[in-house]
Design a binder for this molecule. Structure first.
Ligand code: NAP
Length: 312
């Protein structure tokens, strides 16, 4: 693929909120791709060829080189295996699946078929994240505090799947914070404690308090809460030996010692599609499961508390 190559034909599978809000405009703005079709049970997009199921698209359109899977995590593995087996490049929305091991299976299948698999973490493409990583790379970090607090009724209206097994509950947004954390820290951390609050009528948590540490004893405390009314917060505060870094608004704004820095970038989803094009061009995959491992660890290590039922 060069600047003069024709765009790669890409299909979106699962036309819900994120596909409409972000994937469609990002593809329209990325010269390496052209939206050729959708797979949608509910009809897809005006003016775009739609297939009711993925197999019919794969059978009918051998020219479609790539698929972008925008459905919830549980049905994603089956779609990904079908697309990879058919020799198509695959982009996975976050989280990359419903279990950690299945993502390894997808990675091996992509390698065997000689195609690219991209497990995306959109928040890593927020404008402040790359400069934060660079700034922290040679500093001694003492502590990190994460506050990811939003109103589930506002951000996820009518999304039944987030409350079902595999839907992750509050980790659906919380994993974005973990993707930034694992993207900016110079070394790994591991979970030491978790308290998960499950509404008595739901299968996934509405809130989670997490503690992590590193080999050097650095501490990370994270608070995820879906019951936040009023001001919402998606903030990561990092304290180093002699200074402080703060990422706010999901990584879009960067502050160093309280002073806002000028940061810019292509935008989260334009950045993802540029990276997908580069991976395909280079014949590579990008599959980092570290944020997902932390979520799995939280379900494994977490103390479970039953809290008030949740009704929409
Ligand atoms: P959504 O609005 O519920 O849309 C998901 C779409 O996937 C549905 O509209 C449906 O589209 C399709 N689908 C296929 N199988 C499904 C099934 N078994 N259950 C429900 N839908 C199914 O969800 P979303 O907010 O777009 O989220 C999708 C993924 O994107 C999630 O992994 C989420 O974490 C991620 N994401 C969401 C946001 C956000 O702000 N909402 C932000 C970043 C990432 P058809 O009717 O076309 O088949």
């Amino acid at each position: 693929m060069t600047a003069t190559s024709p765009p790669l034909q890409v299909a979106i599978v699962g036309v819900g909120k994120i596909a409409r809000d972000q994937h469609v405009p990002a593809i329209a703005g990325e010269p390496a791709f052209e939206l050729a079709a959708t797979v949608s049970r509910s009809g897809g997009l005006d003016g775009v060829e739609n297939h009711a199921d993925l197999m019919s698209l794969l059978d009918a359109r051998s020219d479609i080189a790539a698929v972008s899977l925008c459905m919830p995590p549980v049905p994603r593995f089956e779609a990904a295996t079908r697309a990879l087996a058919a020799g198509r490049h695959v982009m996975l929305e976050k989280p990359p699946g419903a279990s950690v091991a299945e993502v390894g299976t997808l990675e091996r299948l992509a390698r065997a078929k000689g195609v690219s698999l991209f497990a995306t973490w959109h928040s890593r493409y927020a404008a402040g994240v790359a400069p934060a990583r660079a700034w922290l790379s040679d500093r001694s970090i003492r502590s990190v505090r994460i506050a990811w607090k939003e109103d589930v009724r506002h951000w996820h209206p009518g999304q039944a799947w987030i409350w079902e097994p595999g839907g992750l509950g509050v980790f659906d947004p919380g994993i974005n914070a973990l993707s930034i954390l694992t993207g900016i820290l110079p070394g790994p951390v591991h979970l030491t404690k978790a308290v998960l609050s499950f509404p008595e009528n739901r299968d996934t948590p509405i809130a989670a308090d997490l503690s992590f540490t590193s080999a050097s004893g650095m501490v990370v405390e994270a608070e995820f809460d879906w019951r936040q009314e009023g001001p919402q917060s998606w903030t990561i505060d990092v304290e180093t030996a002699d200074s402080a870094l703060s990422l706010r608004e999901g990584g879009a704004r960067l502050f160093l010692d309280g002073e806002e820095q000028k940061v810019e970038g292509p935008g989260e989803y334009p950045g993802l599609y540029r990276r997908f094009a580069e991976l395909i061009e280079a014949g590579q995959s990008d599959v980092d499961t570290s944020p997902f491992v932390h979520v799995a660890d939280a379900f494994m290590l977490g103390e479970r508390r039953i809290v008030a039922p949740f009704h929409e």
